[in-house]
Design a protein around this ligand. Structure first.
Ligand code: NDP
Length: 323
């Protein structure tokens, strides 16, 4: 099969298309013929070494959908021929990928395989952030950073489904329009405006209940100044770079704040939780309550260009690789 492999950590150029042996399913595993693989910021972190893989070379990618073509002993969750999607298992930038069958979600009727590939990682992330990390209630005010991005657009929509007031931040006017279409009540150009002052002005001088921050270095400190007392900073990523070491007494000084650094894996750790979150996300898409934004679909061989576009802030929504 053809797959993208990384032999040494570095820039997008380390993503190389190669011919390698087909994977075989072990006990409890399934092999999926990948119809679309999602590109996510986490793939950049593994490519650069910010997040560590135990060994090189490896096949990047943590999100895919396709058709099950083989199952190992003991698999009950899926059968050969099923359309299935999954996330959180490395190795999806490939024609064939192997995953624990317990991580596979059958794709419901009314959802295309490419939609399922696009929904799993960013959709489940937006779901857990808005429903569990800080369960938004009507009347809450939240900030969604990078609101025109992949997670950002989905998070704005889910926050609105839960009745919250949403302030989205973006870097350009074009992205501001996209964030508004995703439901942001107010959009702040954090590239030009002081987002903290602007958010407080829009909120009658008060801080907000929660900040969903996937941007990291450039937004974190100012975010702490923008929370209401006992507000929650959900730092879920670092598109602008990691947040430096931090003195916890700052949380006291700024209003008994809470800080969490959540990861999707801990919110889909058992199959019941995975099926609940994926079921709601895919169900909302099928019902038209949640709109997926697929920014671009590119051939698998162009994985490096896909990473350049994501890191270059060119994308607004999902990037898919098509093997
Ligand atoms: P996005 O589509 O949101 O792309 C990243 C966006 O971040 C850019 O479009 C850009 O929007 C903004 N950004 C701000 N500063 C920079 C910078 N210096 N360089 C690049 N981008 C910048 O990506 P994803 O939706 O895939 O991921 C968003 C974040 O969510 C990432 O940090 C990712 O790691 C995190 N994440 C975390 C998960 C978890 O469970 N913890 C799961 C999934 C994603 P703008 O131009 O408007 O500033």
């Amino acid at each position: 099969m053809k797959a993208i492999r990384i032999h040494s950590l570095g820039g997008p150029e380390v993503l190389k298309l190669e011919e390698i042996p087909d994977p075989q399913p072990g006990e409890g595993q399934a092999v999926v013929r990948v119809e679309a693989a999602g590109v996510n910021y986490v793939d950049v972190y593994f490519r650069t070494g910010l997040y560590k893989m135990p060994a090189l070379p490896f096949i990047p990618g943590q999100e895919a959908a396709g058709t099950v073509v083989a199952v190992g002993p003991g698999v009950t969750e899926v059968a050969v021929g099923d359309r299935a999607a999954y996330t959180g298992i490395q190795g999806t930038y490939a024609e064939l990928a192997v995953a624990p069958a317990a991580r596979l979600v059958k794709i419901p009727a009314g959802i295309t395989t490419r939609q399922a590939a696009a929904a799993m990682l960013q959709g489940i992330t937006a779901h857990y952030l808005a429903t569990s990390t800080y369960p938004l209630q009507p009347g809450d005010v939240c900030i969604v950073h990078a609101a025109a991005g992949g997670v950002g657009q989905l998070l704005c929509q889910i926050a609105k489904l839960r009745g919250a007031r949403v302030f989205g931040t973006v870097s350009t006017e074009a992205k501001a329009r996209i964030a508004r279409e995703a439901g942001a009540d107010e959009v702040i150009l954090y590239s030009q405006q002081d987002f903290s002052a602007e958010a407080k002005r829009l909120n009658g001088g008060k801080g907000v209940q929660v900040i969903y921050d996937g941007v990291g270095r450039t937004t974190f400190d100012k975010g702490l100044d923008t929370l209401a007392p006992r507000g929650l900073m959900a730092l879920f990523g670092q598109a602008s770079g990691p947040v430096p070491p931090f003195d916890p007494s700052i949380l006291n000084q700024k209003g008994s704040l809470y800080l969490t650094r959540p990861s999707m894996g801990h919110y889909i750790a058992d199959r019941d939780e995975l099926m609940w979150r994926a079921g709601e996300v895919l169900g909302w898409i099928a019902e038209g309550k949640l709109r997926l934004s697929i920014d671009r679909e590119m051939p698998l061989a162009q994985a490096a260009d896909a990473h350049r576009a994501l890191e270059g802030r060119e994308t607004t929504g999902k990037v898919l690789l098509i093997p």
